[in-house]
Design a protein around this ligand. Structure first.
Ligand code: A2R
Length: 312
């Protein structure tokens, strides 16, 4: 398969390139002009998805068999600071990609639109683990843009017969994730404390929420399977199916650390609004592809801590 990864320089892009390469696929990956993709054995192109004619040119030139659309403004906290850019990239950018596919005659090419478990937002009581048919009540700007992306994907699949598979990925974690995300942030702080580079306290935001964490290496395996076996027009949750308190994750990180660490609440890390629990029902992806997560949380935390120990 000739695979095109849009947004290949990001956290997931790195793992997806490696996964698809190990499966023997031919890979093209795009990144913004100011970004770099370290992987060899794949064709790298510069592309800003806000430049629609450039997207059309890229698709016409490559004619991929499958597109993985990862390009996004992917941070919830940054979406509060820059809602305009978040809407531009995540909504207009996705429309550019879908319209460019039509212009390039690629309606029958499969595309995975990567959305988020955040789309469900304020989940009604008793709805967790949440399945794909639940109504969406996004609670932040990022979530609203991803909900919009999945709605546009459903509309284009129906209206134009396009081969679109939509994904709602719940929190994914692992080595090399940037520290805007909670687990990477805590592991980075713990590693700095171990090296005596910082006072022995981890600064935290809201610890009382529960999220559904999956190792990024399991996530990209799910994307490959969805590219092969997902049903066009369907939306799939990708997650662990098991929500964990952020506080328990922090305790796990501290228990794996070699230093004595205390915890301090930092008001700057609290968000304007937080959803209390998000947990995925993953029965649909299991039924259609056979996928389920295989890497335990403890192993992901150990690997992420090791990554930061080597990195700093
Ligand atoms: O924001 P940057 O400079 O880190 O670049 C991100 C890139 N990106 C774009 N690519 C093309 N055209 C744009 N206008 C544009 N704006 C941003 O997409 C970044 O390199 C990549 C997305 O990667 P990450 O931010 O690391 O997200 P991650 O964790 O790999 O998630 C992949 C997908 C995203 O759609 C998430 O919203 C979803 O999975 O959870």
């Amino acid at each position: 398969m000739k695979a095109l990864i849009l947004g290949g320089a990001g956290f997931v892009g790195h793992y997806l390139i490696n996964k698809l390469r190990s499966s023997g696929h031919e890979i093209y990956a795009t990144c913004l002009p100011n970004e770099q993709i370290a992987e060899k054995d794949c064709e790298i192109l510069n592309l800003d998805i806000l430049d629609k004619s450039a997207v059309t040119d890229t698709l016409t030139q490559i004619k991929p068999d499958c597109i993985f659309h990862l390009a996004a403004q992917s941070s919830v906290s940054y979406s509060w600071k820059n809602p305009q850019l978040t809407v531009d990239v995540n909504v207009k950018g996705t429309l550019n990609v879908l319209d460019a596919m039509r212009e390039a005659g690629l309606e029958k090419t499969r595309i995975l639109l990567i959305g988020s478990g955040e789309e469900y937002g304020y989940i009604r009581e008793g709805a967790c683990p949440i399945n794909e048919n639940e109504p969406l009540h996004p609670g932040n700007i990022y979530a609203a843009t991803k909900a919009c992306q999945s709605m546009i994907g459903s509309i284009y699949a129906k209206a134009y017969g396009m081969d679109i598979v939509m994904v709602r990925a719940f929190n994914h974690i692992g080595p090399a994730q940037i520290t805007q995300f909670v687990v990477a942030d805590f592991c980075n702080q713990a590693a700095q404390i171990e090296k005596g580079m910082k006072e022995a306290e981890i600064r935290v935001g809201n610890l009382a929420v529960k999220r559904d964490f999956t190792d990024v290496r399991d996530i990209v395996r799910a994307y490959e399977l969805l590219a092969q076996k997902g049903v066009s027009g369907k939306i799939y949750n990708v997650g662990s199916g098991n929500a964990v308190l952020i506080e328990d994750i922090l305790k796990l990180i501290i228990s794996k650390s070699k230093a004595e660490i205390s915890v301090v609440v930092d008001k700057a890390r609290l968000r304007p609004a937080d959803i209390p629990v998000i947990e995925a029902d993953i029965s649909l992806i299991k039924a259609d592809t056979g996928w389920e997560p295989s890497i335990p949380l403890e192993k992901t935390i150990e690997d992420t801590l090791d990554y930061w120990r080597n990195e700093i």
